[in-house]
Design a protein around this ligand. Structure first.
Ligand code: AMP
Length: 560
């Protein structure tokens, strides 16, 4: 660091650290009468949200939470979770959002690793804790969460866990006054775990300053394009990305700052999602492609008007077929790219002037890209020797990035942290090209790209082609070792029910012929095996699980 002259400071001057409490202060400025809705169980406005956040802080203080302590939350997407997003970090404590879909052994590992002290536990997850509680090394207290209280039923359930009390009951007795202190903006605010290809889950962590900056950048990028804006103060927001997955991509912080009406759907059930979508007039959501696929395939989707709905797709590549099916339902679809380590947003669809006037087929080419670099994010591509590669839309390299909100490492994993940040750039493990005007096109995850006959073949590109074949509901392509060609691509395909037995493996392969004849692709792209299955395995956050397919479905594919 060079030596510079810092601004003079008056001892009494307020320094205004970039704290989450200042984001929350905005929630009472514009439309605080707007509602926050939890299923058909609870409705409140932003005044009540603020009161309840103070009450929660009082409840947690009484439970012994002190600055620097970690508080774990097991809940479905709810107004309570939103309260935790604020109260816990605003006390100077650390919010640990538990990925409830990990195995009990992985959850145990993450809870001991994060040193959770107090746990807020929804009744649906009591069996997980029952199974591991003897091995939890740091937890001192449990607070019980139940939806039954909103229905006037008794929240008690049979369990051996010694709860401190029930969430709503404790809140109702707590004071609505809490003086949230100022502290250093680099204070640790949140943590959660990401599962890699091998080894234990890795803990990423974010400070108040990072969440503040991320919120501001997303706000600028989604809201400042006039007619072409993605998210406005007049929207109605419903996340369909679990709040444990990178803070629901940080959008609840943005929505709260804008005083937007928010709808929290609890456990994801397709009928409830569609019901809330229509009844609450939701206009903005985000989810991974597999969830959107499920909603688009639902027969109800074709009978209702979804033309007000805009959906941000992220977490995995959006293929052309899904984008087309979604646009056909008049749903406005956009894409974003990010990862747990990047808080997450790195890029989003950007409607350049005139783009919305293009025919849909041309717009799709932009909408399915991984987006356009977001403000204050520097995304580049690098070769194996650490050399930057040109942004010409063709050259492919590993995506590396910098921004004010990227995790500074993996908690208690110095070697993996150095590996993540080698050469001072966060290495994503994704392979992409970038155009001169900042559009990112992901070719593959480095671990999923297929090396065959001396060529690098993108599994995403093959999936894109197969997804557009009539009758295909879902597809996953992986590479498996081949004695002659190093690796070969193989496809797993789920057919729509009415197409069962109508499409054959050969039928799928013939769709590659025109692309090869016209020189758009080489012959290595034709998958060796096309195996029809009923279901494709998904990860804990609902993405296609290629690691599991490679390890557990290899024999099924090779013997097909
Ligand atoms: P996670 O840490 O679980 O959020 O996963 C992050 C990974 O998801 C990234 O490194 C990418 O491989 C993948 N991903 C996220 N967004 C996109 C996108 N728009 N297109 C392709 N892959 C994506």
């Amino acid at each position: 660091m060079i030596k510079t002259k810092l601004v003079p400071r008056t001892p009494s001057a307020h320094e205004y650290p970039l704290l989450i409490k200042y984001l929350l202060a905005e929630s009472l400025k514009y439309e605080p009468q707007h509602e926050i809705v939890y299923r058909d169980l609870k409705r409140m406005n932003y005044y009540e949200l603020n009161q309840r956040i103070a009450q929660l802080a009082n409840v947690l203080t009484a439970a012994g939470v002190e600055p620097g302590d970690t508080v774990a939350v097991f809940d479905w997407d709810s107004h309570r979770y939103l309260e935790c997003f604020y109260a816990i970090p605003m006390m100077g404590a650390i919010l640990h959002t538990i990925n409830v879909r990990l195995s009990p052994a992985q959850i145990l590992y993450t809870m001991n690793h994060a040193e959770d002290k107090v746990v807020l536990l929804h009744e649906d997850f009591v069996p997980i804790i029952e199974a591991i509680k003897g091995q939890l090394t740091t937890v001192k207290k449990f607070i019980f969460i139940s939806d039954k209280v909103y229905k006037g039923e008794s929240p008690a359930i049979p369990t051996t866990i010694d709860f401190d009390g029930e969430y709503e009951n404790l809140l109702s007795k707590a004071s609505q006054q809490y003086e949230f202190p100022d502290f250093d903006e680099n204070t640790w605010a949140t943590t959660f775990y990401t599962t890699g290809t091998t080894g234990n889950p890795k803990g990423v962590y974010f400070s108040h300053r990072q969440l503040f900056m991320h919120t501001m950048a997303v706000l600028i990028y989604t809201g400042s394009m006039g007619e072409r804006a993605h998210l406005r103060a007049t929207d109605v927001y419903m996340p369909i990305t679990p709040m444990f997955h990178v803070h629901a991509w940080g959008v609840p912080y943005v929505a709260t700052m804008l005083n937007i009406k928010q709808v929290y759907p609890g456990r994801y059930e397709p009928e409830i999602l569609l019901k809330l979508l229509l009844a609450e007039k939701v206009t903005f959501s985000h989810c991974v492609p597999t969830i959107l696929q499920m909603l688009v395939n639902s027969p109800v989707a074709k009978q209702v008007d979804l033309s007000r709905w805009r959906v941000l797709i992220g977490g995995a590549a959006l293929n052309k077929a899904l984008a087309k099916a979604t646009l056909d339902l008049k749903i406005d679809i956009i894409a974003g790219y990010g990862m747990s380590e990047t808080c997450p947003i790195m890029s989003l669809t950007y409607f350049k002037e005139g783009m919305l006037g293009l025919p849909i087929d041309e717009q799709i080419d932009y909408r399915v890209k991984a987006g356009h670099m977001a403000p204050m994010v520097d995304v580049r591509i690098m070769d194996e020797n650490g050399k930057f590669l040109p942004h010409d839309g063709k050259t492919i390299g590993e995506v590396v990035a910098r921004s004010p909100w990227m995790t500074q490492g993996y908690y208690k994993e110095p070697e993996k942290s150095e590996e993540l940040w080698r050469n001072g750039w966060l290495h994503t493990g994704d392979i992409a090209s970038i155009t001169a005007d900042n559009w990112i096109q992901i070719a593959d995850r480095a671990k999923d790209v297929i090396k065959t006959g001396g060529e690098w073949v993108s599994s995403l590109e093959i999936e894109n082609i197969i997804s557009q074949i009539e009758g295909v509901a879902e597809v996953a392509v992986i590479g498996l070792p081949d004695p002659q060609w190093d690796e070969r691509p193989h496809a797993l395909v789920v057919l729509k029910p009415e197409y069962t037995e109508k499409l054959t493996a050969e039928g799928v392969k013939t769709h590659f012929k025109p692309l090869i004849d016209s020189g758009k692709l080489n012959k290595w792209y034709i998958p060796d095996k096309v195996v029809f299955v009923k279901e494709i395995p998904k990860t804990s956050v609902g993405k296609i699980d290629k690691k599991l397919i490679r390890s557990e479905m290899k024999d099924l594919i090779m013997n097909a």
